[in-house]
Design a protein around this ligand. Structure first.
Ligand code: ADP
Ligand code: TRP
Length: 321
């Protein structure tokens, strides 16, 4: 029997290659080794996105993006968080077992407070909903980025409290901290992020891709001047897309035998070769949204079965039925 893996992905717009290397690729790599439940965290997205069209669009875009990069619906139950009956009920039950002082320690809340941003109850309660997601499916492993580790810890605490208050019900999930490649840099050299407007989109057209690569910021060293690969934003992307040529390109940098223009041309060629099939698969999915919706429906059915079992057990234990 394979172990059960669960993870949630927040639907975001403008999916970029930082998202791919930092998060998406790992799911695809892990899909053969587990029984996988992966959901699109649309309720969590609502803590910041309060626009129906945007939420809908982002949800479909992220589903298509994962399918385009190779998530296999035969191996992964892919579904929408909000479609599973019981998750918000479980969140409520957990709310009644969670103290406000614990939630005040959560990073997302503390950061928002520190920046003087308004905090809605959804954001404050984010870790409890996440605990409901995690514990509902009795998962063994929960792969997340470093920034989510605290939430896994809180889910484990909530599971313990429930088990102590009622009786042994929930497995304590193990967080697997996904090792990301070093942060992917954007065209301006800062962390690639949609909030910095420095992204290279996973689905950018060839033309846009070329423009963005040509706009990557470099210093002004001449073609025959020696250059420092480790300080170059173009070279940082060669490490991801030009794996076989990295050594050679690095030597040419140091020896002053390559211009930034040529380095960018090589990068364009390699990135385009890598992104082309992903772009094409996405275009196919854009034309066949019914297929995507069918995948989500199948995923929902599998997830709902598990959720029903958990909820009937939980409701009996707490005295609701
Ligand atoms: P953005 O910073 O563009 O808003 P998100 O916060 O929506 O991106 O990130 C979604 C996922 O992609 C997270 O798991 C995050 O760690 C990963 N990610 C985002 N940007 C990068 C990057 N530049 N390098 C590596 N991983 C990234
Ligand atoms: N909070 C996670 C993020 O921002 C997404 C998420 C929601 C999640 N529920 C989850 C991840 C349950 C793992 C397990 O990336």
């Amino acid at each position: 029997m394979k172990k059960r893996l669960l993870s949630g992905i927040k639907p975001t717009g403008d999916i970029h290659i930082g998202n791919y290397f930092g998060a998406m690729r790992q799911f695809v790599e892990m899909q053969d080794n587990y029984e996988n439940f992966v959901f699109i965290a649309d309720y969590h997205a609502m803590t910041t996105v309060l626009d129906a069209a945007e939420l809908k669009k982002n949800t479909m875009e992220i589903a298509k993006a994962y399918l385009a990069v190779g998530l296999d619906p035969q191996k992964v139950h892919l579904f929408r968080q909000s479609e599973i009956e019981g998750v918000t009920e479980l969140c409520w039950i957990f709310n009644c077992l969670t103290s406000i002082s614990t939630l005040k320690l959560a990073h997302a809340y503390k950061d928002a407070e520190a920046k003087g941003k308004p905090v809605n109850m959804g954001l404050f309660d984010y870790p409890v909903l996440m605990a409901a997601d995690i514990l509902m499916y009795k998962s063994d492993v929960v792969p997340v980025g470093q920034d989510q580790q605290q939430h896994i810890e809180m889910a484990r605490e909530i599971a313990k409290t429930f088990n102590n208050t009622f009786s042994d019900t929930f497995k304590l999930p193990e967080g697997v901290i996904v090792k990301t490649v070093a942060t992917v840099k954007g065209t301006d050299g800062r962390k690639m992020s949609k909030s910095y407007n420095n992204t290279i989109g996973l689905f950018d057209s060839e033309e846009v891709l070329r423009k963005k690569i040509m706009s990557i910021v470099t210093d002004s060293r001449k073609p025959d001047e020696p250059k420092e690969p480790e300080e170059c934003n173009v070279f940082a992307l060669h490490k991801l897309f030009s794996i076989d040529q990295v050594k050679e390109i690095s030597n040419r940098y140091k020896e002053g035998k390559i211009s930034y223009k040529e380095s960018k041309d090589i990068l364009f060629e390699n990135m385009n070769n890598f992104l082309k099939p992903i772009r094409e698969k996405k275009a196919e999915l854009d034309k066949d949204e019914k297929y995507v919706l069918d995948v989500l429906t199948q995923g929902r059915e599998a997830a709902q079965k598990v959720a029903n079992q958990t909820m009937s057990e939980v409701k009996k234990k707490v005295g609701l039925i």
